[in-house]
Design a protein around this ligand. Sequence first.
Ligand code: NAP
Ligand code: GLV
Length: 319
Amino acid sequence: MDKVFITRKLPDEAVASLKEKFEVKMWHSDEIQMTSEELKIEAKDAHAIWTMLSDKVDRSLIASLPNLKVISNLGVGYNNIDVEAAKENGIIVTNTPGVLTETTADLAFSLLLATARRVMEAERDLRAGHWKSRSPMQYTGMDVFGATIGIIGMGRIGEAVARRAKGFNMNVLYHNRTRKMDVEKEFGFTYAELDTLLEESDFIVLLTPLTPETKGLIGERELSLMKDTATIINVARGGVVDEQALYDALATNKIWAAGLDVFEVEPVPLDHPLLTLPNVTVLPHIGSASIRTRLAMMQMNAKAIEAVLEEKEPENRVV
Ligand code: NAP
Ligand code: GLV
């Protein structure tokens, strides 16, 4: 019987179908991260591994799993996996695109609104007993309605954010490597070169995958092009932004604020300089975290593993 190893404890309903057909072993905790060494040991006989974004599936791990046929990753991004090494070893990699698009766009837009209107800062202050009077300019933020939003990475989630922005009467600019004439025509979104988008947007939303090309895409130069009233929202990956440069730009008010769902190192260390700034709204990487969506993502992973182990073509194959 083929063996499946799952790197986090998942709900029973998510693994039930796999248990009927395969020997399924799961890490004991839904919170504690496995180390690479633990993963090597626990998954050593596995034909399939079901991984989380926080698992580093590198060449050395792949080489240590002789039976491995498939890596199924809980998430649409797969920058945690060395896909070239998987491909060279004839191992299939799958992800979970599409089902999380609207949920992640909801979160991106929530983060944009919360950052623009200083929602978390105001809430923190109220709870700490700092609401003593109603000062006219206290907690004044930036208007979202009618502002210009610039989306870098106009893919599935980017488009879903742009549709929400339309409802706020925003002017939508986008930047991709390839122009999308269909959405330009249908929704009136405008393509812009990266620098133009950075110069003209009030809100800049990052939604590219993390790749060698997008690593550090937003650095000191790009931040210097932004308006001093601009807000940056990162729902992509921490590595798309140079965090030191972002800290410097925010601390010196070169840009107005940032909303971050993702960090270069996750969980973000509590002594991270960005966490000291009042104009930064932070979330613990919860873009796709709705109950229905997470269960739908898990169902996709389970189906992909089942397909590969039954020698069928899985949906959502990355390589
Ligand atoms: P997608 O449909 O593949 O969209 C990605 C977009 O990025 C594409 O339109 C792509 O267009 C563009 N892109 C890629 N490289 C680029 C570059 N160098 N410069 C400019 N644009 C570039 O993926 P998706 O489903 O929307 O997901 C996007 C990313 O969001 C994921 O990879 C993941 O990292 C992140 N995400 C985060 C959360 C969260 O919880 N925070 C949840 C889901 C996803 P071109 O190829 O034409 O450039
Ligand atoms: C979340 O970050 C994902 O890539 O699905």
